[in-house]
Design a protein around this ligand. Sequence first.
Ligand SMILES: [Zn+2]
Length: 480
Amino acid sequence: MLHIYNTLTHTKEKFQPYHKGSVRMYVCGMTVYDFCHLGHARVMIVFDIVQRWLRNIGFRVEYVRNITDIDDKIIKRSLELKKDISDITNFYISAMHADERALWVNSPNKEPRATHYVDHMIEMIQQLEKKGLAYHAENGDVNFKVRSFPSYGKLSRKDLDSLRSGERVPVASDKHDPLDFVLWKHSKENDPDDSKWNSCYGIGRPGWHIECSAMSHSILGLPIDIHGGGPDLIFPHHENEIAQTEGVYGGVFSHNWMHCGPLMVNDYKMSKSLNNYCTIREAIGYGNLSNDEYCVNTREAEMLRFFIVRNHYRSKQNYVIDNLIDAQSSLDKLYSAIINFQFDSDYCVDWSDPSATEFAEAMNDDFNTPKAVAILFDLASKANRDNCVRSARQLKSLSSILGLLNQDPENYFKSNTRYGSGSIKSVYLSDEDVELLVLKRSQAKKNLDYKESDYIRNLLKESGIEVEDLPNYSTRWRRF
Ligand SMILES: [Zn+2]
């Protein structure tokens, strides 16, 4: 029996879809004005695992992940590039699909675009106004009246008064309350024509939050079983979605709210200003990066997937070089365990084997993929130790449920990687990677953690890098 942690109740709950045997899942998707980054990769892969497992245990799954194709950032980009909005959004949608394919992410059943549902959004806004939950502001916007929705804050467990006292910005004159949010935004004169819709509220465009409420309702109806997304969507986006949907239709919007944990880069939240921003294609591609099809380093692409899958989806995950090196060598071990065996093409899981029972128990416990991956390593050991084809086959078939071990092992090992430890692979440590490791080693030395500093020194040595210590903890490095 599957149990899933629910952000709304802060507990693991027995999962029972509203309609027996079929699951309706909505996940907030990308705003398509740039290439997808590593945080997007985590959302894509986490909910891919969720849909794969739900299907594996016999549910029909209707998985919807929307595309936000109208938004301030898209408008800004359209004005900057003097291009039609659809040219920009179509380009980045193709790029997103190429990223998904590269990471073995199975597509959702539907990917609605916000611009196709504007009429439904306007209808919902009218309903909210009728119910006293929305008002027409002086500047031409229509806002949601947060104070009039009594359960506002139930998902994020925020109390309106404390939220308000934490509010440092002065109340915008067009809002009755600083927490009120935009449902319909009036157009500015120089906004591009393709960002404008006619409505009873004048010419404008929908706010971001109402897009998801309308698309979800329109395609999946109510209630849905799982609503998911990244961790920064809990507040205000999902809180606002609940207020809008339950404000219009009453009842429950979604029985379960699933959020993955944050993906950090080098211990920090990823941001362009911190210079640690990384797109999926920068992480796994080489060459020809501007196209919707690009050259993927399949070994690193699967390493990225494995890196995400082997962590629990709710945990904080740190994209940092030593974690990547470890992920790559671990994945190499799994491939090594199957390389000497030949399988029929229709290998499938032997569910009578205890390894499969344990695997299912782990996955049914709130998608405990770290445990599931540990079972794969047990099978790899058995396959190696006893030269056991049954274990190898079971390893291959259970891995495929997680979208892992997709490649022919020989081809996999022919692909280069920056994250290996052998002398041939080592040349692929970039200058930035080396700088980072040297810095980490210096930090370890400062902390008197000589075990760690020696480990990094050896790692660098294996990669053809020599580090020289200078006074005052400074260092100099060179390739040899
Ligand atoms: Zn959303």
